[in-house]
Design a protein around this ligand. Structure first.
Ligand code: HEC
Length: 132
């Protein structure tokens, strides 16, 4: 019975945690991403015109993937460290490297990596919330 109660209260917490995560992601998105991708992800940020690559519409990623948001692909794309140079001429900054440079000096290499993971999850969750 205690287990069941614990499981239920855990489940009840999930939507709240997700809402927190999306709010955190929104803060980071507006600070780091909107300049290119635009506030709603449609590729109309103030710096968009200066880029050589056309900006993808981030609010269509689920539609372009058969209706399912490609969460891990988005996560890894934002991270950026695992894309092979030369195979992907990327204009977007490698966010995990930039964030690690901020987080690792404060938290150490492992703590920094964990904090970067949280940032990436928050950003991916926020991009997911932009789908239309
Ligand atoms: C300097 C401009 C710029 C900024 C800032 C930027 N991006 Fe990008 N982003 C791009 C460009 C350009 C592409 C297309 C691929 C490429 O050329 O790098 C892209 C691609 C993407 C993709 C892949 C979409 C697809 O079609 O699969 C995602 C997801 C993404 N960006 C998310 C983000 C997030 C989240 C942030 C903030 C942490 C961010 N971007 C900040 C320029 C930017």
């Amino acid at each position: 019975m205690r287990m069941l109660a614990a499981a239920i209260s855990f489940l009840a917490m999930l939507p709240a945690a997700a809402a927190d995560e999306i709010a955190e992601g929104e803060k980071q998105y507006l600070a780091s991403c909107a300049v290119c991708h635009g506030e709603t992800g449609r590729g109309d940020g103030p710096a968009a015109a200066d880029l050589a690559a056309p900006l993808p519409d981030l609010s269509l990623l689920a539609r372009l993937n058969g209706g399912e948001f490609p969460y891990w692909k988005v996560f890894i794309t934002i991270d950026g460290r695992y894309l092979i140079p030369g195979h992907d001429q990327r204009e977007m900054p490698v966010w995990a490297r930039d964030y690690l440079a901020i987080d690792a000096p404060k938290l150490g290499p492992r703590g920094g990596e964990a904090a970067v993971g949280e940032r990436l999850h928050a950003l991916a969750a926020y991009v997911e919330s932009l789908q239309r």
